[in-house]
Write a protein that binds this ligand. Structure first.
Ligand code: ATP
Ligand code: MG
Length: 592
């Protein structure tokens, strides 16, 4: 079995496999930048060497004259500074571009994965929460990759580089300045562990704020109509304050780190200063070596104070990375089957199907019915009886808890999901239009359709006239988010046009004309009548006049099939359908 890493960094490393080369290049730029940055003390040493030793100096091996040696040193200094600047530029560019690339890929992968998840998964979550992970959390990565990774590499380079110089120069005291380092590393790791849960909480609260905001912005009309503005400000403020409070916990801890580290460093620095000084006084340590040592100790230990900040960045980024990677690792329960028939005719059977969204309250109870190919079948029944649920099962948005559903003899679970769904045109009870033009929304049913085809579909849906006469820019009118700039009936007709344009063998109309007036409904009905010849059509309607002429009508109550037959047969019988019919025709005022 593959080893599955659990630490976010290890998971990220595994995820960013294809970028390891870029990470290596960026890392080497960071290291080279630091090496050139560490060179000046050596240059100073060389300068002193030239002035004191003249023709016996280190550089004398190549250039004899002391003045020429100084010129050579000047050239060397120049080269080193240019190299330092160049590599600094390079590591910045590489790390930041790497951050952007990984973020982009992560965002797209996470979105692609989320899109495949079950409807149930989305229903259990707030949109704002998922948004926070896909956007905010992904963006947190760059906080660490832009600087943090470089910082860690450069601190390491410093410790190793200066360590080498140090032990070469004054091995007797070198060990002393290194004493604080294990303590600092131990402290940093410990500190980082303490921070982890705090930043996880911070990200969770950030997602909560996002969820509240997204929810409120979506329901602005409701907030206003109930004059709930003060209450909503209060609610947003509570979420925002919770975010502030968890951040406070993290801030308190994270701010303490740098000062604490500095004290440890100060102890190491002072000890070297005093002990080395004593040795110099005793004559055991050369004065030159002592001064270089004090200088180097400072250069060695000081960068370590920045570790706190780096670990802070790291923890923050990892809290977010974990959320994104968890999203990426979530798998749908409903997976595509192996079979992908070219076309389905639409012989649909529900065989003893039971279903419940929540095990406590069953919605469908051993329901059996058949919808013959090419027929028009209607489902009626009181609100909440499970009609729309039946449709969701047919599209395999959910899996029945019991029983089977087949199309043309294939069990739904055996069919490829897109092969199944591409054969069904759904006009759903809650119409959703995308922010965009009328044309874009209709053509969603069949990308690439021509203007003539779009207009023909719109005409069938009784939409063409209002689009060209009533909308300011005709087919180019922007419908607004969720289609909010259109009337309810206009939205419904556009969604019918969209399904008609898709031209599927199976058409499902769930309360498709509930928001239009009777006259328009009758007109849509007439044009649909032509369309549904030879097409399997499932119609759900409350207004029984719309389904009067269906080949078969099934009456659902409390998730059970209570009656079936044609309109005439059902009206004859003295049962639920007859009662519903009487209420609608005005013969009775309420259900018996
Ligand atoms: P209507 O005529 O009002 O559209 P319907 O017959 O289409 O009603 P369904 O939408 O199928 O009714 O709902 C059947 C039952 O399932 C209802 O009690 C409803 O509360 C419940 N229900 C519907 N969708 C969900 C869901 N996503 N999660 C949990 N329960 C749900
Ligand atoms: Mg419904």
């Amino acid at each position: 079995m593959d080893h599955v890493p659990t630490r976010p960094l290890a998971r990220l490393w595994a995820y960013a496999r294809s970028h390891r080369r870029a990470v290596a290049v960026a890392s080497s730029f960071s290291v080279l930048n630091k090496i050139f940055d560490l060179a000046p003390p050596i240059l100073i040493g060389l300068a002193v060497d030239i002035v004191v030793q003249r023709e016996d100096s280190f550089l004398a091996r190549w250039v004899v004259d002391a003045r020429d040696q100084l010129l050579l040193l000047a050239v060397l200094t120049f080269v080193i500074w240019v190299a330092e600047s160049l590599f600094e530029y390079l590591w910045r560019v590489w790390w930041r571009n790497l951050a952007q690339t990984i973020e982009h890929e992560l965002r797209i992968d996470a979105y692609t994965n989320v899109q495949d998840l079950d409807l149930r998964w989305f229903e259990d979550r707030a949109t704002g929460d998922v948004m926070a992970a896909l956007n905010d959390d992904v963006n947190q990565l760059e906080r660490f990759l832009d600087h943090g990774a470089n910082d860690i590499l450069q601190v390491l380079t410093t410790v190793i580089g200066i360590g080498i110089m140090f032990f070469a120069l004054a091995p007797e005291v070198a060990w002393m300045s290194f004493l604080p380092i294990p303590l600092i590393i131990w402290g940093s790791v410990k500190f980082q562990r303490l921070l982890e849960p705090r930043y996880t909480a911070v990200r969770d609260e950030a997602a909560m704020v996002n969820a509240v905001l997204a929810n409120n912005l979506g329901g602005m009309a409701t907030i206003k109509s109930f004059t709930a503005e003060p209450r909503e400000v209060e609610r947003v403020s509570e979420a925002s304050d919770a975010y502030r409070q968890v951040n406070r916990g993290a801030i308190r801890l994270s701010s303490a780190f740098a000062p604490l580290i500095r004290i440890v460093i100060l102890a190491g620095f002072t000890a070297t200063l005093i002990y080395g000084g004593f040795l110099a006084l005793d004559g055991t340590l050369a004065v030159g070596a002592y001064s270089v040592m004090v200088f180097l100790t400072q250069r060695l230990l000081w960068p370590l104070t920045r570790l706190g900040e780096t670990f802070d960045l790291y923890q923050r980024a990892m809290a977010s990375t974990k959320r994104v990677l968890d999203l990426l690792d979530t798998r749908p329960q409903i997976v595509s089957g192996p079979m992908a028939p070219d076309a389905l005719v639409g012989d649909i059977t529900f065989d003893a199907v039971s279903f419940a969204y929540d095990p406590e309250s069953p919605v469908l109870d051993t329901l059996s019915l058949t919808i013959p190919a090419g027929s028009t079948t209607a489902i009626v029944g009181p609100t909440g009886s499970g009609k729309s649920t039946l449709v969701k099962l047919l599209l395999r948005f959910y899996e029945p808890t019991d029983g089977t559903i087949t199309i043309d003899g294939h069990e739904l679970a055996e069919l490829d999901l897109s092969a199944l769904r591409s054969q069904i045109g759904l006009v759903s009870q809650d119409v959703f239009l995308f922010h965009g033009t009328v044309r874009e929304n209709i053509v969603y049913g069949r990308p690439g359709a021509s203007q003539e085809e779009i207009e023909a579909a719109a005409a069938i849906a009784e939409a063409h006239d209002f689009i060209t006469h009533d909308l300011p820019n005709g087919y180019d009118t922007i419908v607004g988010e969720r289609g909010q700039k259109l009337s309810g009936g206009q939205r419904q007709r556009i969604s019918i046009a969209r399904a008609v344009l898709k031209d599927p063998p199976i058409l499902v109309l769930d309360e498709a004309t509930s928001s239009v007036d009777n006259e328009t409904e009758a007109a849509i009905q007439r044009s649909l009548d032509r369309l549904i010849i030879d097409r399997t059509t499932l119609v759900i309607a409350h207004r029984l006049s719309t389904i009067r002429y269906a080949d078969a009508i099934h009456v659902l109550a409390d998730g059970r099939l209570v009656e079936s037959g044609t309109h005439e047969e059902l009206v004859e019988r003295d049962a639920l359908y007859n009662a519903l019919w009487k209420v609608q025709t005005g013969e009775a005022h309420h259900l018996a």
